[in-house]
Design a protein around this ligand. Structure first.
Ligand code: FAD
Ligand code: DLZ
Ligand code: SF4
Length: 508
């Protein structure tokens, strides 16, 4: 053979992938490899591993059905070297290939490996740009160049203009505003009918993978029972259809709400599919815009949803590639507390945290506000080391890859980048969780008490956080008010706050 080996990674399962273009069916071979190094560089949730392995196996079958030669290495193949580089090198030799073609990866770690392959391998390794995003990395760099502040909102408006999304014929934002977030913070009314999340029963391929994963990844946090993810592009398209029909109309209104036993509410659960390449983000944005244009969903819902994908998702990727590798080590608030054990067990009396962590264990899913304002805010207030927290988020969610997880954790949730990404720290007392959820009603702690053994731990930690970081955050107009409120507390109250916060931290 004098063709190419074309490597497709587990999160590159797209038929239009750059490294699959201009493929010569007579000469080229597509390589997919299940490898221990990728499955264990953090202890991924077993459902994430099962989802990816099953999706990889289905993708390989689809390529074969299209007449493409596929070399598929299973995790339990006796000669499996356990690394992507080892498998690519073996495949080049096995097929006598004259070059390798890969697509730019989603993690700095893998990018470093690819550059090493370019040096070490006897054949050229071509790296193609990953153009499954709206915004090329170079385009983000030029947007960021020379700006003092890199606010998502301004980036998002450029994306709306570039791609003519939700624009009037004369280029203005539909509805006269770019952003309808003010309408999107409703708490859940009693009796509201909540749609069931989309689910698919495991087929024979998934069932086989689930057995393999159960056997090989026993020590990883997370359950496998009840696995419901779709594992093909067709399944992901059905999940999109379900979301547009049943959830999008109320997505905006209840975007920030949380409720016991209602883990997914009006969220889409599309991130695992979009991030693995089974669903094109352009298709998702288009479907949401069409739903609004056809009168099926209100503008606040369609705009709010589109902003998550066209705005936040593209923006965090831009930040990741702009700021790596240093971004992973930022720690502006000097936080060094080890991650509390209960993040891996859910065993805590704090009901909000117990609910979100146990749900994560069952589903490999939590929606944005659960990640940001429950597990994220608690870690921020407690001063947990952002790197430890980052490894937790990267492990436990089915949609987690460093390019999207790291900026959300280190930047948005922990303010560890000193405010590059978020305009203020997402610090909040128990009052926020009480307003947006029903977790507090059955909690052992009292959300109304600020201090003392029965006070909601978020409360003293919140005021202690304000006191601890007043120098760093007091200059921010949105935080200055809270610093002033703290300053007005009597000294005895300040002492009680410090004592209660210390007691909470000592118990961790
Ligand atoms: P929906 O609420 O239905 O939103 C629609 C889509 O918008 C999502 O599918 C996703 O593709 C995109 N989106 C929404 N918010 C964001 C965001 N902040 N950044 C990037 N894309 C966004 N998202 C990931 O995809 N992978 C991660 O590893 C990840 N880690 C996170 C860690 C923390 C600490 C926080 C605060 C957020 C994280 N997010 C991550 C963002 C967000 O929480 C998830 O994208 C969302 O919860 C996925 O659920 P959904 O598909 O139901 O989203
Ligand atoms: C996450 C993951 C896992 C669990 N396993 C594999 C694998 O066995 N083979 C593979 O090609 N990719 C896997 N992935 C996805 C990669 O980790 C991902 O492609 C890189 O982190 C770059 O984003
Ligand atoms: Fe969480 Fe505090 Fe409410 Fe308990 S009282 S659920 S700890 S916010």
């Amino acid at each position: 053979m004098s063709g190419a080996v074309r490597l497709v990674l587990g999160d590159q399962l797209s038929r239009n992938l750059a490294s699959l273009r201009r493929l010569d069916k007579t000469q080229d071979v597509v390589l997919l490899a299940e490898v221990m190094a990728e499955a264990t560089y953090v202890p991924h949730h077993p459902q994430k591993i099962a989802f990816l392995f099953s999706a990889m196996r289905h993708f390989a079958e689809e390529l074969r059905a299209g007449g493409i030669k596929v070399d598929y290495i299973r995790l339990d193949d006796p000669d499996n070297t356990g690394t992507l580089g080892g498998e690519l090198s073996r495949a080049i030799a096995r097929h006598g290939a004259t070059r390798a073609i890969v697509t730019f990866p989603g993690e700095w770690r893998v990018w470093k490996q690819m550059r090493q392959w370019q040096q070490d391998f006897a054949v050229p390794v071509e790296v193609k740009e990953d153009d499954r995003f709206f915004c090329p990395i170079a385009r983000f760099r030029s947007w960021a160049d020379g700006r003092k502040q890199l606010r998502m909102e301004f980036f998002y408006r450029e994306m709306r203009r570039d791609y003519k999304i939700l624009l009037t014929s004369d280029g203005q934002p539909e509805g006269g505003q770019w952003n309808f977030d003010a309408e999107n913070r409703k708490s859940l009314p009693k009796g509201l009918k909540i749609p069931q999340p989309y689910r698919e029963e495991p087929d024979a391929v998934t069932t086989e993978v689930l057995a393999l994963v159960a056997e090989r990844f026993k020590g990883h946090f997370g359950k496998l029972d009840g696995f419901f993810y779709a594992v093909t592009a067709a399944g992901a398209e059905r999940a999109l259809d379900h979301f547009i029909r049943h959830c999008l109309p109320l997505f905006g209104d209840y975007q920030d709400a949380m409720a016991m036993g209602q883990e997914t509410l009006f969220h889409s659960i599309l991130s695992p599919y979009i991030n693995a390449g089974l669903l094109d983000p352009r298709r998702v944005v288009d479907a949401a815009e069409q739903a609004w244009r056809q009168g099926h969903a209100p503008l606040n819902a369609a705009e709010g949803f589109i902003r998550q994908i066209l705005g936040w998702r593209e923006y965090v990727r831009g930040i990741y590639w702009l700021k790596m590798p240093g971004y992973a080590d930022t720690n502006a608030l000097n936080a060094h507390r080890p991650l509390p054990d209960f993040y891996w067990t859910g065993r805590t009396d704090m009901n909000c945290l117990a609910q979100v962590i146990r749900q994560t264990e069952r589903l490999a899913y939590a929606h944005h506000i659960q990640r940001l304002m429950v597990t994220g805010t608690f870690a921020l207030l407690a001063g947990v080391d952002p790197h430890e927290l980052h490894e937790w988020y990267l492990s436990v969610y089915a949609d987690a890859y460093e390019w999207v997880e790291l900026p959300n954790t280190v930047g948005m949730s922990q303010f560890a980048d000193g405010g590059l990404l978020a305009s203020k720290p997402y610090a909040a007392s128990g009052a926020y969780i009480n307003r947006m959820s029903n977790y507090c009603g059955t909690c052992r702690y009292d959300v109304k008490q600020r201090t003392g053994p029965n006070a909601c731990p978020f409360n003293p930690l919140y005021w202690d956080f304000i006191a601890r970081h007043r120098e760093k955050i007091g200059g921010n107009p949105r935080m200055a008010q809270m610093v002033r409120t703290y300053d007005k507390f009597a000294d005895a109250e300040k002492a009680r706050i410090a004592e209660s916060a210390a007691a909470v931290l000592a118990k961790l």
